[in-house]
Design a protein around this ligand. Structure first.
Ligand SMILES: C[S@@+](CC[C@H](N)C(=O)[O-])C[C@H]1O[C@@H](n2cnc3c(N)ncnc32)[C@H](O)[C@@H]1O
Ligand code: SF4
Length: 458
């Protein structure tokens, strides 16, 4: 058999595809949404099954940012008016109370993640009011993992200390790139000193895990600039590094991807070389690769989770732990009861108005079928462990032959190994894992979207 070279493989497999932070992926959720009764029944069921045994997770979306970074695909609201903070915190706490009234005992919080937008847009007092407000109705699970995203330009030592005192031991800083030309193009001027300052404070305070987000594939990035960005990163020894592929999704309303055009972006193969170069430098610096886009020091919890095959993936990306129930609070947040998904209103005003009217502010959702649940587990296995098996009765799918047929070419191209009841993605083909998952995606197989809704897989 003659295998294609790397560059031909990239050309062949670099197609639009989901990032599989959920299955079914959001565009394939039920068009009619989820009935309120179904949502309530599934969260109650999931809560009763898991609250005592493993605890539950909370994701809180903190949407505000002071400035627009023009590469950003997150749900955010740009404002310099900090007077918006109070009402938003009040609304999050009211939404939490709506859930408390539904659940039959006190939630035991195992994971809390503050994501954004920019959680550090909020003052220390407001962050404290929020976390203390949550615990008025909840207890802390015996082992817990509380984390937040922080913007190096606006994070103060006081905020880091306040969150640490409230139990947050993990933080991630958005770096993206240190090159001035790239920073100019993405409208994010953030000198090395700003990052070093917050990184040093976090270490001094005692944070157990610090992560840095870096993106490859940004406008004007070159091999020289990425080498420099990575050198600046590894010398600060973050415990984890998210090395994201730039998702260029200008067709999604409101992302604001501008300030550069497609010609300024590194082309497919060059982009992949930036990834390979980064990977080599991270390895040389002692980091190991986790899942699809993360690197971690062997001392970090995420590395341990990978070794023990306990890595999980949800709307936040890879996580070291899994709870059956994750309640998402805040504008655009997605909740996951394992049996169903629900997403909140995507505009702050709509979110606030609905919560103030005493309603759960959900605007779409999906009730998973038996088949969805099995496929979801296969996709999780592939994304987290690069292998899956249908040996056990609970993992069998009636359409496995059809799935294997879709994988035939990838098998012939030497990317995967197929055994009688098992499939393994070769370590060297890690970059194609999204393509392998697409073969299992039964919703995608039924109706491939006509317009662009996904970023490129590689
Ligand atoms: C909510 S932001 C991080 C917190 C804070 N707002 C900041 O910018 O520092 C989450 C991360 O998503 C990543 N991100 C945002 N838009 C992206 C895109 N279009 N492609 C790839 N990664 C992206 C960035 O690495 C960013 O740090
Ligand atoms: S990258 Fe962070 S700070 Fe910039 S717009 Fe996105 S969420 Fe806001």
């Amino acid at each position: 058999m003659k295998y294609l070279n790397n560059s031909s493989l990239i050309q062949k497999y670099n197609i639009p595809g989901p990032r599989y932070t959920s299955y079914p992926t959001v565009p394939f959720w039920n068009k009619e949404g989820i009935k309120k009764e179904d949502w309530l029944e599934t969260i109650k069921h999931s809560f009763n099954e898991s609250n005592t045994e493993e605890g539950i997770s909370l994701y809180l979306h903190m949407p505000y940012c002071e400035n627009l970074c023009t590469f950003c695909a997150c749900h955010k609201h740009i404002t310099k008016r900090h007077s918006v903070e109070d009402e938003y915190i009040d609304t999050l706490l009211k939404e939490w109370k709506l859930y408390i009234d539904i659940l039959e005992e006190k939630p035991s919080l195992r994971e809390i993640h503050l994501g954004g937008g920019t959680p550090t847009f909020f003052s220390s007092e407001n962050l404290k009011r929020l976390i203390n407000g949550l615990f008025e109705h909840a207890t802390r699970y015996e082992v817990y993992d509380f984390s937040f995203e922080a913007h190096p330009n606006d994070t103060t030592k006081e905020q880091l200390q306040t969150l640490f005192d409230l139990g947050f031991k993990r933080t991630s800083f958005g770096i993206q790139d240190y090159d001035p030309v790239v920073q100019q193009a993405i409208n994010r001027i953030q000198p090395y000193e700003n990052v070093k300052r917050v990184n040093d404070w976090a270490r001094e305070i005692g944070y157990e895990s610090i992560s840095h987000d870096i993106i490859f594939g940004l406008p004007h990035q070159t091999k020289e600039s990425i080498v420099n960005t990575i050198e600046q990163t590894v010398k600060q020894r973050p415990d984890r590094i998210a090395y994201y592929s730039y998702a260029h999704v200008p067709w999604i309303k409101g992302v604001g991807q501008r300030g550069f055009d497609e010609n300024d972006l590194p082309k497919d193969e060059y982009k992949r070389e930036l990834y390979e170069l980064g990977k080599k430098l991270f390895f040389e610096a002692g980091y190991e690769e986790i899942g699809m886009d993360h690197f971690a020091l062997p001392t970090d919890k995420m590395h341990k989770a990978m070794v023990e095959k306990k890595l999980h993936r949800n709307f936040m990306g890879y996580t070291a732990g899994k709870t059956k129930l994750m309640i998402g609070l805040g504008m655009s947040s997605i909740s996951d009861s394992w049996y169903s998904f629900a997403q909140n209103e995507k505009r702050v005003e709509d979110y606030v108005n609905r919560v103030n009217a005493g309603e759960l502010p959900i605007f779409r959702g999906h009730l998973l079928t038996e088949e969805d649940l099995i496929v979801r587990q296969h996709i999780l296995n592939l994304m987290c462990n690069l292998e899956t098996s249908w040996e056990e009765a609970s993992m069998k799918l009636s359409n496995i032959d059809e799935i294997l047929e879709r994988l035939k070419e990838m098998n012939e191209d030497g990317l995967i190994e197929i055994y009688e009841n098992k499939l393994v993605v070769k370590e060297s083909s890690r970059m194609f894992v999204r393509n392998v998952c697409m073969a299992f995606d039964l919703h995608l197989a039924k109706s491939m979207p006509q317009s662009r809704i996904f970023s490129m897989t590689i």
